[in-house]
Design a binder for this molecule. Structure first.
Ligand code: PEP
Ligand code: MN
Length: 368
């Protein structure tokens, strides 16, 4: 995958110094008082940069609260005027974009369900042509990096250069402690593909509960993500949407105080020397691992020739069972997880099979 994004750095449109960008506010704007009072409490913490509030809510089932609609934009305006906080809301149609822009919302975001639909993203992108506003794009509900990148590209091609991504986790069929599986590797892949793209973590929608928020927030900081978007409500127990995952502004402030902000780089030469030495040992081992896998493949190829000449099937299940059993025992003794050992062996084994398959099914070359 290639990075074709042409964006400006986060610092040029929202400078938070050496602190992470913090976006906080209720899942939904419910009443004028709920939104404005929450905004005041958040602003008073001195730790929040942007007030979030859903005005139009994408709900899984009809009949649930679908957002207060346009009137909420007036409340956002008042909250901004009284607190000085920047404001952000979700847009899912061209009409939402027009209304949010007319109401002076500072930052727009595209929700996970919209990101999953290129038609929707394109409609939003078209409505943004000629506008200079920051846009944050949540990952799609399904774990598909190209779909996420594709949405960022569509909006970028419409001329939006103040662009960011929001990592809110991915829905999964398997039961887990999280509402949406974080699948950190996808956020990391996006980060390595577009190093200049700010990625903001959304622990609220990953966790689905208050208890796990500090853990995911810290992990996001440890992954060097640029900020957090956290749902905060003046009284979460009576919230109309996502009640279980919202926190009071006081709890949010406490969560932020407990974050351990590590630096991506250090300016201690002794530390840098030690790190370079350890990294060089890792590089040597990685080289050796690749070399040894290469040697293993050569032997697998020889076995392939042998099997071909004796007309034996490629896969011999007993042999594979034996490999898995013995090697996972060794892995366990070395404190490697069983899951990792099995996945690693499967990858290596698949590559051996691919090579043997090529040998056994090669077209005979015509005799000269
Ligand atoms: C939200 O931010 O309230 C929301 C609906 O999130 P998502 O699009 O991540 O589900
Ligand atoms: Mn929500």
């Amino acid at each position: 995958m290639k990075n074709t994004l042409d964006i400006v750095p986060l610092k040029s449109w929202l400078d938070t110094g050496d602190k992470p960008l913090i976006i906080a506010g209720p899942c939904s704007a419910e009443t004028e008082d709920q939104l404005v009072s929450t905004a005041h409490l958040l602003a008073n913490t001195g730790k929040v940069n942007v007030l979030r509030a859903g005005i139009w809510k994408p709900r899984t089932r009809p009949g649930e609260f679908e957002g207060i609609g346009s009137i909420g934009l007036e409340w956002l305006k008042r909250a901004k005027a009284e607190t000085g906080l920047l404001t952000a809301t979700e847009v899912a149609t061209a009409k939402h974009v027009e209304e949010a822009l007319a109401a002076g919302v500072d930052i727009l975001w595209i929700g996970a369900r919209s990101t999953a639909n290129p038609f929707t993203v394109q409609e939003i992108a078209d409505a943004l042509v000629g506008v200079d506003i920051p846009v944050l794009i949540k990952n799609p509900v399904n774990p598909d990096l190209s779909l996420w990148l594709g949405a960022l590209e569509r909006v970028n091609r419409a001329g939006i250069k103040k662009l960011g991504a929001i990592h809110r986790g991915f829905s999964s069929y398997e039961k887990s402690a999280f509402r949406n599986e974080p699948m950190w590797d996808l956020a990391i892949q996006l980060k390595s593909l577009c190093p200049e793209l700010p990625i903001i973590n959304d622990p609220s929608h990953i966790c689905g509960n208050r208890e796990l928020l500090p853990y995911i927030s810290q992990k996001a900081m440890d992954m060097d993500l640029q900020g957090l978007i956290i749902e905060s409500h003046i009284d979460p127990s009576v919230a109309w949407t996502d009640a279980k995952q919202q926190v009071t502004p006081a709890a949010l402030s406490d969560l932020i105080d407990h974050l351990n902000l590590r630096k991506a780089e250090s300016n201690n030469p002794a530390f840098e020397d030690k790190l370079a030495e350890l990294r060089s040992s890792i590089d040597k081992l990685d080289d050796l691992i690749i070399q040894k896998i290469g040697e293993r493949m050569k032997i697998a190829e020889k076995i392939g020739e042998y099997k071909r000449d004796n007309n034996v099937t490629i896969l011999q299940v007993n042999r594979w069972d034996e490999i898995i059993q013995k090697r996972t025992q060794l892995a366990e003794a070395l404190t490697l997880s069983n899951d990792f050992a099995v996945k690693f062996l499967e990858l290596v084994h698949n590559e051996s099979i691919r090579k043997q398959n090529a040998i056994m099914n090669a077209q005979p070359t015509a005799e000269a």
